[in-house]
Structures are given as C-alpha cells and as structure tokens.
Design a protein around this ligand. Structure first.
Ligand code: ATP
Length: 290
C-alpha cells in the first residue's frame, strides 16, 4: 500500500523496464533494501550502527524467470565487479572462486568493490554434501568453502553470494542460516501485469525502430501467455520475428530479399503464429486442471 517503505532506496521515477527487467519491481526493491541498504551508506555509519553487511541470499523459483537478470542489475547499480557465475558443480575444483575478492579485501579493506558470486543450480552442488552417492566430495568441499568464506574468522566483507535454485527444499539448511544465504526471495512466474512489462522490454527495440505493427497489443499477448516465464516470452518474441521474416522474405530471390526485408514489420499474426509453437514448460498441468 501507499504506506509501504519497500521502495525507499529506489528513486520514484526509476523504471525497472528500462533496466530490461519486467514484472519484478517488488522483488527487486525488497532485495535491494534488505541486502544493500548497508552497502550504500558510508562505512562509518554502518560501523556506528554495529551491523554487518548481508553476504548471501537465495533466489528460488522456476527457470527463466529473471533471477540472473536481477543479480546482474543489482551488481551494476552497486558498481560491483562482473559477477562470477558457477553453473553446477563440475568446474569448481579448479576455480579459485574467492581469490580476487580476498586479494582486493586485503589491499583495500572496506574500500574494496563488491564481488558477486552466483551459484546457478545451487541444489546440484548441495545435493552431494554428506551424501554417499557421489564420491567426489565436490559438494562437500564447495559448501564448506562457502561457509568458511562467509562466516570464517576473517569474514570477507566485500562478497555477496547469490544462490539460485528451483528446488529450495534441496538446499542444505546450514547454508540458509543468518550470516549465510540469509535472504530468501521467491521469483515466480510473472502474472499478467508482469507479462505486459516483459513483453514491453522485449519489443522495446522494434517499437522504437518502428518495426512493430500497430495491431500488436501487448495486453492481448499477455493474456495469451499464462504460465510463460520471462525467458519463454523472450523466445516468443524471437519466434514472432521469424514469422515476419517468413512473410517478407522470398527464398531464392536475393534481390527480392533485400528489398522486402526493409519493409519487415512484426505484426499480430506473427505473434499468433509464434504462440502455436512456443509453449510454457512450467505450471502447465496446474493450468489445465482449471
Ligand atoms: P535459470 O534458473 O534458468 O538460470 P533465471 O531465472 O536466472 O533462469 P534469467 O537467466 O535471468 O533466468 O533469464 C533468461 C532470459 O530470459 C533473460 O536473459 C531475459 O532475456 C529473459 N527474462 C527472464 N525473466 C525476465 C524478466 N522478468 N524480464 C525480462 N526478461 C526476462
């Protein structure tokens, strides 16, 4: 409601769509306030408050909903280093994940820039901790390394670990305690309003370049894309352009191609064609029951 202070750190005229994120305003604002308030204030204020920075969070929910987008954008807003993204457990042995952050923290202390480390599919790493089914000990060593960096004797103040998963239940409890991945945020499939915003994000360029027909109504398309993730909506837009190509480009006539292609515009019929072939993969069973 109007009394909510959720957006207190976000400028009133700040547009999430301009950042390429649709439908996640509340989630973004919440994460930003909880995880970053302390990092925006000068160190001496934080010192006076006697608090420690949040060093970890977990974003969970279906694939393709914008978890990585949020992490990247937050990093940009805080002038963080380009995040290191770890996909699954396999590459971890050779990866000296925390080395850069440690070196900079040693050299610059609280002046160090923020280092973001993203564990995509954190569940795949956790699964193996303490279990016998694997034998590599990878899960164990990674989780233990994480824990020791986050709350060791010399905690690294310049790191933010972001775990991502679509299986929160698979995540080791030990990782979710205060001081560790302590902020949990669900990133779910977008509702209709969210889908409108996401469609606006992904058609912004063609609209700006006058390549979108007037008969394209994002509200209509949003109503036809129940259960689509953001990634699937991006896929739909891409498929729609292929239908437009199909209408404009005569294969076999090179001269014809270059002429016609200049007239290319993406229209409603292209989106309807695309909707025939791009379908949501998540939450469908639930929808069909209704
Ligand atoms: P995964 O769990 O599969 O890693 P994710 O939740 O991290 O998925 P992203 O990698 O952030 O998803 O999204 C993939 C792509 O889908 C993005 O690069 C973007 O093009 C599109 N997308 C997803 N969600 C959104 C959104 N909320 N707004 C705009 N685009 C989105």
């Amino acid at each position: 409601g109007s009394k909510s202070h959720t957006n207190v750190l976000i400028q009133p005229n700040f547009k999430f769509e301009d950042m390429g994120i649709g439908g996640l305003d509340k989630e973004f604002s919440h994460i930003f306030r909880r995880a970053f308030a302390s990092r925006i204030f000068p160190p001496h204020i934080v010192e006076k408050l006697g608090i420690q920075h949040v060093k970890g969070m977990i974003l969970y929910g279906p694939p393709g909903t914008g978890k990585t987008l949020i992490a990247r954008q937050i990093g940009k807003m805080l002038n963080a280093k380009e995040p290191k993204i770890v996909n699954g457990p396999e590459i971890l042995n050779k990866y000296k994940l925390f080395a850069d952050a440690e070196a900079e923290y040693k050299a610059r202390g609280e002046e160090s820039s923020l280092h973001i480390i993203i564990f995509d599919e954190l569940d795949a790493i956790c699964k193996q901790r303490g279990s016998k089914n694997d034998g590599t000990g990878v899960g164990d060593s990674v989780v233990n390394q994480l824990l020791s960096k986050m709350d060791g004797v010399d905690p690294l103040n310049n790191i933010l670990v972001i775990g991502m998963t679509n299986r929160l239940d698979m995540i080791d409890e030990a990782l979710l305690r205060p001081g560790r991945l302590e902020i949990k945020m669900e990133i779910s499939l977008p509702d209709e309003a969210g889908r409108i915003q996401i469609l606006n994000v992904h058609t912004a360029k063609m609209r700006k370049n006058n390549l979108l027909e007037n008969d394209v109504d994002v509200k209509e398309i949003a109503s036809l894309t129940k259960n689509f993730s953001g990634a699937e909506i991006a896929g739909l837009v891409k498929a729609a352009t292929s239908w437009s190509f199909n209408r404009h480009v005569k294969v076999g006539s090179v001269a014809g191609v270059s002429d016609d292609v200049e007239k290319l515009k993406v229209g409603r019929e292209d989106f309807l064609g695309a909707l025939e072939e791009v379908r949501p993969s998540f939450g469908v069973a639930e929808a069909e029951l209704q």
